[in-house]
Design a protein around this ligand. Sequence first.
Ligand SMILES: Nc1nc2c(ncn2[C@@H]2O[C@H](COP(=O)(O)OP(=O)(O)OP(=O)(O)O)[C@@H](O)[C@H]2O)c(=O)[nH]1
Ligand SMILES: [Zn+2]
Length: 298
Amino acid sequence: MNGVIVAAFGRHYEVAVSGRSVKDGSLKCYPRGKKSVFACGDEVGIEASGDDQGVITTLHPRRNLLWRSDAFREKLIAANLSQVVLVTATEPGFSDLLISRCIAAAESQHLRTLIVLNKTDLSDSLPQARRMLAPFRELGYQVVELSAREGVEGLLPHLAGQRSIFVGQSGMGKSTLTNALIPEARAATREISEALNSGKHTTTFARLYPLDGGWLIDSPGLQAFGLAHLTPEELAASFVEFHDHLGKCRFRDCRHEAEPGCALLAAVESGAIAARRFEHFRQIRDEIRAAKRQSQGW
Ligand SMILES: Nc1nc2c(ncn2[C@@H]2O[C@H](COP(=O)(O)OP(=O)(O)OP(=O)(O)O)[C@@H](O)[C@H]2O)c(=O)[nH]1
Ligand SMILES: [Zn+2]
């Protein structure tokens, strides 16, 4: 049998069996190998080991993998996506550095990024949120503004037929959006909240839901998004506005710090690259270097 991982709980996984509805056909599965790690969206081969249990025997090749890492750990986020939907909100404030990180992770896997600006009903904070997103909009990343409380119809055409994941900081409204889009998600959330005996719900694991010819993953709020698995060159390539300037520095091993004839610094100077984005690049790159030193035990 084949299936798709719809939830990852650390040691076990929930797998939706191909050809059955998710509700009827999901099995609690354990990996055969002790060290195997899977992500939501992974396509796997399984063998039933009981009425509602199974063993994951194979991982089918991944089309892509969204993940994060620091010097010591890797965290798989989701696999086989067609797009990353970055959820931001007017309130509470959000980090534009985290947006650059998510976009870099997506671009490095050749995944499209869509930005959602939620909670537009909180209109006092709307101008500031728009200002934060302007540099990304200028790069061509589409921003969909909406209020999950008022309606999510505007987002549906962007999700139809896609394999999407909602990522973003805690409190941006990912689960509220998911619940508005997917009735079964609402039921799942209620069950968990009741089980925890609290009205407040914060997402603690990613879950995949079928949606309009594709699927959607709701994922826990992100605080950190390390990119230690990228090389500085891969990171630079994932900043789309750097493309025209890469390879044009005077020195082939230019570190884009203060070297004469640095094409990136010149582009920042001329305004072709936003200074803020270049700052993000440098900060993430320095982190990548530090992580490499740490993991090598320096
Ligand atoms: N005013 C307003 N509040 C909203 C809107 N969407 C969500 N909220 C509220 O924002 C809070 C956080 O929403 P969640 O959906 O739990 O946020 P999340 O991104 O899933 O958070 P984590 O699960 O912690 O990652 C909740 O109190 C929601 O009711 C909106 O459009 N307008
Ligand atoms: Zn340079």
